[in-house]
Design a protein around this ligand. Structure first.
Ligand code: 0RA
Length: 655
């Protein structure tokens, strides 16, 4: 055999092996990327980005550029060392080709250290290759540019190498461009800007000093001037800046964010903590190897334990608690606390159905001891800070005690647990919560229209008078004394604040907030949302809360009429109706002005109405927004309302 044909034969054999190697991925993509829907699609980008982040974690890369191409491709470039291109003597293939065509090959070439890969993602770039119509890889390394193309997993031709232009000789890096395969992603391959930008921003926070540039070159995203839309995420302060962002609307209890960054037994622990004055809940955000651990795990357990122990010990030392006093509870100490905790573990174990809970038992003790040391040291040197934190925790402790007493009182009177429904509730006749809905309306006159207009079989009406209490600013004991809130709690079957939510007690599976389409209405709606969010977050998370969309105008011409839900609608209708002497416009100032039948037709009839389901896309963003809207700081609230014009467009609230 000639040299040439030998090479060809070897190449042919290798190619077959490759196809066999990646075939299972194309056959059962779900096994590798979870789904072939939008989640799986975005997973492809994360997979490649994770490799660049690994290169950054190893200290060889500080810039990652992600571009969504006009042709439907995504490209991820970094200035790392570049994937090695030398030929492996046994496989006869370059390292690059191996990484792209052999399952799980990525790690073998790595230099150890922490890897994002191996965690939730970590299936390897070869999976991206297998599920792409094509992939183009370009590597700058050792003064050369090496390029290779793949189609549906198979190499098209050999690795081509050419000299780098002399000026760029020292530049190194990897660029991977791919177009997801529509044969696999049958639901479409349209990347969502917000989904990707949130994750990229998060990665930039978690890896301080790494610059992530995100550019969208797709036609639909071009700016008015016709340029691609571009954002740069770069946070030198890392998670410290993350905490600063999360708390920027709140009043901080201490001027400096408490920051811990150390390592023990190869586990790296980074934490940033900030207590704020007027926040009642805590936000602890955990990550392991850059992956958000939604369900917590050993790192979070370690953090909570050490916070409780350290602060109780300071409370004694500083004479704030006497020997006989009971300890401050973890919740008391964490009130108003925002933390980002990011650990990097060599061999992470992710547990739970969604693999978002860190399982490594050794991490609990490591976080406990490292955070404990740093926190104690910081607090020793900042007695004013510890006193403020303790004061807040003790207040929380006392409020919790008061609330407990109030709750017991309430329980004894069995207001919450009795079956006596509030007098002003016009209940529906159905007893099946899954088909029942309750409309919460403002005032008796709107309540009257709604009662007459409803379908009483499955629609209940609860009119509330005036503005309900602002729960952000109130402690628990007051909540139970407020009659409007009591009515809400009993009508819905909510139980005690913060206690495990039992959806089987919920009396209606659709809770509809129906307020006037004006500023007051918007305010009441926000108060109600805040109430649900703070009182029983699971209600919002479970998708039980809805917002009714009543019309603003009725345009009438002769026997024909149209309802308009916003200014746009109105303009469109007017231009369709033509000459002005031809039609009349009625503007509804409130729900109470509508005839019951009108209210039914436009807002309550399931076959014709539109309703918005309230979702917590991002609980933290919601928390931030609630703080802006409900907190004491007036300036940010005004600014927010002005820029988001919440009266007109609830969807911009993202809650
Ligand atoms: C294997 C070994 C080395 C780097 C990489 C892979 C690598 C992979 C990707 C994927 C995207 N960007 C990347 N950057 C690097 C180490 C190479 C060396 O020792 O020089």
């Amino acid at each position: 055999m000639s040299q040439d044909s030998k090479v060809q034969a070897a190449y042919g054999a290798a190619q077959i092996q490759v196809l066999e190697g990646l075939e299972p991925v194309r056959k059962r993509p779900g096994m590798y990327i979870g789904s072939t829907g939008p989640r799986g699609l975005h997973h492809l980008v994360y997979e490649v980005v994770d490799n660049s982040v690994d290169e950054a974690l190893a200290g060889h890369c500080n810039e990652i550029i992600v571009v969504l191409g006009a042709d439907g491709s995504a490209s991820i470039s970094d200035n790392g060392r570049g994937i090695p291109t030398d030929v492996h003597p046994r496989t006869g293939k370059s390292a690059l080709e191996t990484v792209l065509t052999v399952l799980h090959a990525g790690g073998k070439f790595g230099s150890g250290g922490y890897k994002v890969s191996g965690g939730l993602h970590g299936v390897g770039v070869s999976v991206v290759n297998a599920l792409s119509e094509w992939v183009e890889v370009s590597v700058r390394r050792q003064g050369k540019i090496h390029e290779q193309r793949f189609e549906r997993g198979a190499p098209i031709g050999n690795l081509e190498s050419k000299e780098q232009p002399p000026k760029e000789e020292k530049q190194t890096g990897t660029s991977i461009r791919f177009k997801p395969d529509t044969e696999i992603f049958t639901g479409g391959i349209d990347f969502d800007y917000t989904t990707l930008s949130s994750r990229l921003r998060e990665l930039a926070y978690l890896n301080g000093g790494v610059r992530i540039i995100f550019r969208d070159e797709r036609a639909k995203s071009l700016t008015e001037e016709g340029n691609p839309y571009e954002e740069v995420y770069f946070y030198e302060g890392g998670i410290k800046e993350y905490v600063a962002y999360m708390t920027k609307e709140k009043d901080s209890l201490h001027p400096e964010i408490i920051y811990v960054n150390s390592e023990k037994d190869n586990v790296q622990v980074e934490a940033a903590l900030q207590w704020c004055v007027d926040a009642y809940s805590d936000s602890i955000l955990g990550f392991a190897n850059n992956i958000r651990t939604v369900d917590g795990g050993t790192h979070i357990e370690g953090l909570k334990t050490v916070l409780t122990r350290t602060l109780n010990s300071f409370a004694k030392k500083r004479g704030k608690r006497k020997d006989g006093d009971s300890n401050l509870a973890g919740e008391n100490i964490r009130e108003g606390l925002t933390v980002v905790l990011s650990v990097k573990v060599p061999e992470p174990e992710f547990e739970g159905q969604t693999k978002t809970k860190l399982g490594n038992t050794e991490v609990r003790g490591i976080v406990d001891s490292l955070v404990g040391e740093a926190l104690s040291q910081y607090l020793e040197f900042n007695p004013a800070v510890i006193d403020l934190i303790l004061e807040k925790a003790i207040q929380a402790f006392q409020a919790a005690e008061a609330a407990r007493r109030a709750r017991e009182l309430v329980r004894r009177k069995s207001v919450l647990e009795s079956s006596t429904l509030p007098g002003k509730l016009a209940d529906c006749s159905s007893r099946d919560p899954s088909e029942s809905e309750i409309y919460i309306v403002e005032g008796d006159s709107a309540g009257g229209s709604a009662k007459q207009g409803r379908d009483r079989k499955f629609q209940a009406i609860l009119p509330l008078r005036g503005k309900i209490l602002n729960i952000e600013k109130t402690d628990d004991s007051k909540i139970y004394k407020n009659t409007e809130i009591q009515a809400l709690i009993t009508a819905l079957g909510l139980g005690i604040k913060g206690e495990e939510f039992d959806s089987s007690n919920l009396r209606y599976h659709r809770v509809v907030i129906m307020t006037d389409a004006d500023v007051d209405g918007a305010h009441i709606r926000t108060l109600l949302l805040t109430f649900f969010y703070r009182y029983q977050k699971a209600l919002v998370e479970g998708g039980y809360i809805y917002i009714a969309c009543p019309p603003l105008y009725k345009v009438e011409r002769g026997k024909k009429h149209t309802y308009c839900y916003n200014e746009n609608d109105l303009q469109k209708t007017i231009s369709e109706f033509g000459e002005k002497a031809n039609y009349t416009i009625q503007r509804f100032k409130g729900l109470g002005e509508m005839m019951p039948k009108q209210l039914w037709e436009t807002t309550m009839d399931p076959t014709t109405r539109t309703m918005k389901r309230v979702e917590i896309e991002d609980a933290l963003e919601a928390d931030r927004i609630f703080t802006i809207l409900m907190g004491d700081k007036v300036a940010p609230r005004r600014e927010f309302i002005e820029t988001h014009s919440i009266e007109l467009d609830m969807s911009s609230l993202d809650i």
